[in-house]
Write a protein that binds this ligand. Structure first.
Ligand code: ADP
Ligand code: GLC
Length: 471
């Protein structure tokens, strides 16, 4: 099959979170299964674009409302990714350092989608399937089926994966003219709750909708920022497919970002060496259990609870544990986390920012990884933690519920039901007593490292889904 993925992120070219990891791995595994898979994403002017060489394969114009944007389709000169990657360079919209959070994100990503279809439209032949990821690509299924200019794609199956339904990308009807011309009869297909909404449009128009875990699909039917009814209505064409991880990139035996590589055979020594390096770097005590958090510092991840949890435990159980936080996000959470550093120096530290290398060292060197998420469509952190022998402490929600089983149920993680300070603190206390039983702790580490969460299964599930749509 000829598969095209369209996404705002694709690791290593651009990553803000798990979306980048998924789109950087899934096409690779689909190629390994004997298919042709390519990814199309915007060309941001960040580190990756500065450090790699690209060649232009097409130049065209994308029209957004009354404005024309010139664009170039770029390809890597030396591609070692294992799949084809095309980057759409749109001067004026994407020649910026970051991926998101600009005032004109609506216009940026809509222009990206129009440019992508304009380019594909003039190529010979058509793909067998177009797989779109998250709201930044949400108008593609609509445009492929209802915009006359793209009539060539009318019968091409489209898949839309919801990685995160919290972000919907909606804007007012005053900008309807930004979309390429279509019959007003179809206005309802881009609308939700009196606004233009790319996420809703994709859910309505894609041939199939997938979520990144089965539990998340159930949850969004009763909780997804006002879109529950639509999700329930489209339930029969929706399916939950649990994400995998790229076990080539995330492999403690070969990971170049670690202090010491290790496998199941030398897990204790390997993890200790990484923990010591981490503790040295952050002035922590390696003899104490190390609790960590990696991720976006937002309410969705339960990150707002962390400062109080850390304060209480460090104040009332001093010296019993260490905490290390890596993340960035809401200012008030960042400030609260930074504020604690002085008081609990030696037992607590935070790194505010994004640091890929440090994240790998933390997965390897930590004893426990906290994920008190309010919402977690899949979550990759817990899967990386398992692979690196770090015990995940998770709230039972979304993909966390589907992948982590509590030690009390013969599992390998520590689970709680509520996103509350009490529940997380209780889990940490359980973790500390578990940590003291070195034999059981090591046995669990071994058990976790043997779990196979590679993309093999999910990549096959997606292929089967595409094939079921063949006409
Ligand atoms: P989400 O996509 O919702 O942020 P996921 O668990 O799916 O959550 O994926 C998060 C990905 O981003 C993981 O690869 C994680 O290691 C990485 N990550 C998150 N925050 C940071 C950070 N501050 N520095 C480095 N990596 C990070
Ligand atoms: C989203 C979700 C996260 C998921 C990731 C990759 O960002 O928040 O739970 O793992 O996408 O699908």
């Amino acid at each position: 099959m000829k598969i095209i993925h369209i996404s705002a992120e694709c690791y290593p070219a651009a990553k803000a979170g798990g979306l980048g990891d998924v789109v950087g791995a899934l096409p690779k595994y689909q190629v390994l299964l004997g298919h042709s898979a390519a990814a199309i994403m915007p060309f941001y002017h960040g580190k990756y674009s500065r450090e790699n060489e690209f060649t232009s394969v097409y130049s065209g114009i994308a029209r957004l409302g009354h404005t024309n944007f010139a664009f170039n389709v770029l390809e890597l000169v030396k591609n070692t990714l294992g799949f084809e990657l095309f980057l759409i360079d749109i001067p004026g919209l994407f020649d910026r350092e970051n991926i998101y959070s600009y005032h004109d994100d609506d216009e940026r990503f809509l222009t990206f989608q129009i440019a992508t279809l304009n380019w594909l439209n003039q190529l010979e032949g058509v793909p067998d399937v177009v797989h779109c990821h998250d709201q930044q690509t949400g108008f593609i299924p609509f445009m492929m089926s209802k915009v006359r200019e793209y009539g060539k794609f009318e019968h091409i199956p489209t898949i839309f994966t919801i990685h995160n339904g919290q972000y919907q990308g909606q804007f007012g009807f005053d900008k309807l003219y930004h979309l390429p011309p279509f019959h007003s009869y179809f206005n309802g297909l881009v609308e939700w709750n009196h606004q233009i909404n790319p996420l809703a449009s994709a859910i309505k128009c894609a041939w199939r909708v997938t979520t990144v875990s089965p539990t998340y699909l159930d949850e969004i039917g009763y909780s997804m920022k006002g879109m529950e009814e639509l999700l329930r209505k489209e339930r029969s064409k929706s399916i939950g497919i649990l994400n995998g991880i790229d076990t080539g990139v995330w492999n403690p035996e070969t990971d170049p970002m670690l202090e010491k590589n290790y496998s199941i055979k030398n897990i204790s020594g390997g993890k200790s060496a990484n923990k010591e390096a981490l503790c040295r770097q952050f002035g922590l005590d390696p003899s104490k259990p190390l609790f960590t958090f990696i991720g976006r510092l937002v309410g969705e991840k339960g990150a707002d609870l962390l400062p109080e949890i850390i304060y209480n435990l460090s104040k009332f159980n001093p010296g019993e544990q260490n905490f290390l936080i890596l993340g960035s996000g809401e200012k008030h959470i960042q400030n609260a986390l930074l504020h604690l550093e002085h008081e609990f120096k030696g037992n607590y530290c935070s790194y505010i920012g994004y640091n890929e290398k440090l994240s790998h060292l933390i997965y390897a060197g930590a004893d426990f990884l906290l994920m008190p998420s309010r919402v977690e469509p899949c979550g990759l952190n817990q899967l990386y933690a398992l692979r690196y022998g770090t015990v995940p402490i998770v709230r039972r929600t979304g993909g966390l519920r589907d992948t982590v089983l509590d030690i009390g149920d013969n599992g390998f993680g520590i689970c709680h039901d509520q996103c509350s300070i009490f529940d997380v603190t209780h889990s940490i206390q359980r973790a500390k007593s578990f940590y003291k039983n070195k034999k059981a702790f090591n046995a669990i580490r071994k058990q976790m490292m043997q779990i196979d969460h590679s993309w093999n299964k999910a990549a096959t599930d997606y292929i089967q889904l595409y094939q079921s749509l063949k006409i």
